[in-house]
Design a protein around this ligand. Structure first.
Ligand SMILES: Nc1nc2c(ncn2[C@@H]2O[C@H](COP(=O)(O)OP(=O)(O)OP(=O)(O)O)[C@@H](O)[C@H]2O)c(=O)[nH]1
Ligand SMILES: [Mg+2]
Length: 633
């Protein structure tokens, strides 16, 4: 059965609660104080089943709101999830301040359908009713409640006159309202929290998207607490699950009432992040004063309420009646997703001055994204594929994963995957491992990698390449994106990957003539010396090139294992050490043991060389020290 949420709106005492009672039989004023004072203070609830014109059954959930100007914030907590508004205007009073304010709020929240109800028709004569009707028609002209497309009906809750007409109209209008998206991730803004004997913690709210089942785990926003759904009630009846568009009560396990409050939101766990900054499209009412950049306002979204600073993009202020892009910096974090509507009220005196649509709640600092306005324009236009590409482009070479995209957009996994496949097919986006990267960003990344390599080669002509790790650190970006860039450069034959170093194709060690000559000199000095090696400094001192370059050549020779360093002071040519090994092998045929004296004799080196050489041979497991002797292995 389809569910539609109907909200009342209108000035104090215009008969909203009486109308809901006349329609449903339920008194939505549930507080003792409300009954005593005869006014509504907080939102109240009722429900009704109605047939549609086609004979299907419809379930209407009513949210009855207070008309008193002091309780507009409670009205705002109730109006966030409604599909259809009953704008209530008493025939004996006509349009009053909260008629206008509530009507403005409905427009700003983009409530799409409604019925205008002229109540207390019994209290006025025909002519007065006609005059009020004319006044109301003029007031509504051009709005979503324009009399040309939306009905106006006169009723009396006292005599019952017009109520059957109204029920009929309700069935008609409600049946035209598209069902809310029950496949989307579940979100339930909490409007009431209480305990019930034998049940424990209970919360209520209008399920604005998705569905919630018994035993499901949910996350509380913004606190991040986890809770389990012990029981579900829909429109006051026990149910297995609640779906989007239903008045929902949940019995929760694992949280106390102190940990919950109106304004918090329950949502699927581990998917979203609460945020203190949202980028929005903001409309200022014609009746408001100009809104200055950095003004502080009261921000209402669904049932939540906080103070926010308005940062207007590209302007000093927003003019009355104007729409502008802005960032709202909130005192308290809330879970908001693109498309979520909100209302702003002047800081003081508190009156409704505007509202708008959340475009992005995953904001990045403006310095990192200079063309934020263009980005927000694309989000505002709402074409899903353009939105997706813009969100991926925004992350540049860092890319963005599917779970992050779900968190940013509120789209289902299937929608993200499907839309991503389309933009990948179109060539605007690449998928690298778990990351989506814009083609443009990927191209600049490969460009950057090549530029870093070029600069490395220039700075290090004597080094064959940069280590992969070092290059990755220089470039940043997730491993799989970096890998993708390397692979693509290798495919284009612009880069080579010998071992774990990276170099530009055909580059590597580039030696100038004098360097090549010096390298030869060093190598020869050591190879001709055998084990009676010269001091390294002495060799380097005799070269034509400067010390730093000479040192690099030595590093190169050591890395290529042409020279081998056996102690801080001693460097040998590898041929000399190979020769030494062979000498020991042949000595072993005479004796398996050798002492320092014998070693000196065999090799012709002094003690200064003999000890480090033997220690080196021990490390190489050519010999093993046993007391004063070495065993040749
Ligand atoms: N004569 C007449 N009186 C009505 C009618 N509907 C409501 N009233 C009276 O008007 C007064 C206010 O009615 P409510 O339904 O409480 O008004 P409300 O709009 O809910 O008021 P708030 O919730 O405080 O904004 C009550 O005394 C009702 O009895 C009607 O159709 N005819
Ligand atoms: Mg009331």
């Amino acid at each position: 059965m389809k569910s539609v949420i109907v909200g009342t709106a209108g000035h104090i005492d215009h008969g909203k609660t009486a109308l809901v009672k006349a329609l449903t039989g339920i008194d939505a004023d549930r507080l003792e104080e409300e009954k005593r004072r005869g006014i509504t203070i907080d939102i109240g609830f009722a429900h009704l089943e109605l047939p549609t014109p086609k004979g299907e059954k419809l379930r209407l959930g009513f949210v009855d709101v207070p008309g008193h100007e002091r309780f507009v914030r409670n009205m705002l907590a109730g109006v966030g999830g409604i599909d259809l508004v009953l704008l209530v205007i008493a025939a004996d009073e006509g349009i009053k301040p909260q008629t206008r304010e509530h009507f403005d709020i409905c427009r700003l929240l983009s409530v799409r359908r409604g019925i205008t109800v002229l109540t207390k028709s019994d209290a006025v004569d025909r002519e007065t009713l006609d005059v009020v009707r004319l006044e109301v028609e003029e007031f509504l002209g051009g709005s979503f409640l324009d009399p040309a497309k939306s009905p106006i009906v006169a009723v009396s809750s006292l005599t019952g006159a017009g109520l059957e007409d109204l029920k009929h109209l309700l069935g008609e209008v409600a049946s035209e309202i598209p069902a809310r998206d029950s496949a989307a991730p579940a979100r339930l803004p909490i409007d009431r929290v209480f305990t019930m004997k034998g049940f424990g913690t209970v919360v209520t709210g209008t399920l604005v998207s998705g569905s919630i089942q018994k035993e499901e785990e949910l996350e509380v926003f913004p606190t991040g607490r986890r809770t389990r759904v012990r029981g579900v009630q829909v429109h006051s009846h026990a149910a297995e699950k609640a779906v989007a568009g239903q008045r929902t009560a949940l019995n929760l396990a694992g949280v106390s009432t102190e940990e919950l409050a109106r304004g918090m939101m329950l949502a699927v766990p581990g998917t979203f992040r609460a945020s203190k900054r949202i980028d929005v499209s903001l409309t200022l009412l014609k009746s408001a004063k100009p809104l200055k950049d950095r003004a502080r306002v009261h921000l209402h979204a669904y049932t939540s309420e906080t103070i926010a600073e308005v940062r207007v993009y590209g302007k000093k202020q927003i003019a009355p009646g104007e729409e502008a892009l802005a960032q709202l910096r909130m005192d308290d974090a809330a879970l908001l997703l693109p498309g979520d509507r909100f209302i702003i009220r002047q800081f003081s005196p508190v009156i409704t001055i505007g509202g708008g649509t959340t475009l992005d709640a995953a904001t990045v600092p403006q310095e990192k994204m200079p063309d934020v306005q263009r980005f927000l324009q694309v989000l505002g236009e709402g074409d899903p594929q353009s939105v997706l590409v813009a969100r991926i482009e925004r992350r540049a070479a860092k890319g963005i994963s599917a779970p992050e995209l779900i968190a940013e957009t509120g789209w289902t996994d299937a929608l993200v995957t499907g839309r991503a496949a389309a933009v990948i097919q179109g060539g605007a986006v690449l998928r690298l491992g778990d990351h989506f990267v814009a083609k443009t960003a990927f191209d600049s990344l490969t460009h950057e990698v090549a530029a870093q390599l070029e600069s490395f080669h220039q700075r290090n002509p004597l080094v064959p390449g940069i280590s992969r790790r070092e290059l990755h650190d220089l470039v940043g970006s997730p491993e799989e994106v970096f890998s993708g860039a390397l692979i693509s450069l290798v495919k284009e034959k612009r880069v080579e990957l010998p071992g774990d170093v990276v170099r530009l194709a055909g580059r590597g060690v580039v030696m100038k003539d004098e360097e090549a000559e010096s390298k030869k000199t060093i190598e020869e000095a050591f190879s001709s010396a055998g084990l009676a090696v010269p001091a390294l400094n002495q060799v380097l001192g005799g070269l034509k090139i400067d010390k730093a370059r000479a040192q690099k050549i030595v590093t190169l020779l050591l890395r290529d294992r042409i020279l081998i360093k056996i102690s801080d002071e001693l460097v040998f040519h590898r041929d000399a050490l190979d020769q030494l090994r062979r000498q020991l092998t042949s000595y072993k045929t005479k004796s398996s043991k050798i002492d320092v004296g014998k070693f000196k004799e065999l090799t012709g080196v002094s003690r200064k060389y003999a000890i480090p050489l033997l220690e080196y041979l021990d490390r190489q497991r050519v010999t093993r020290r046993i007391g004063d002797q070495r065993e040749i292995l």
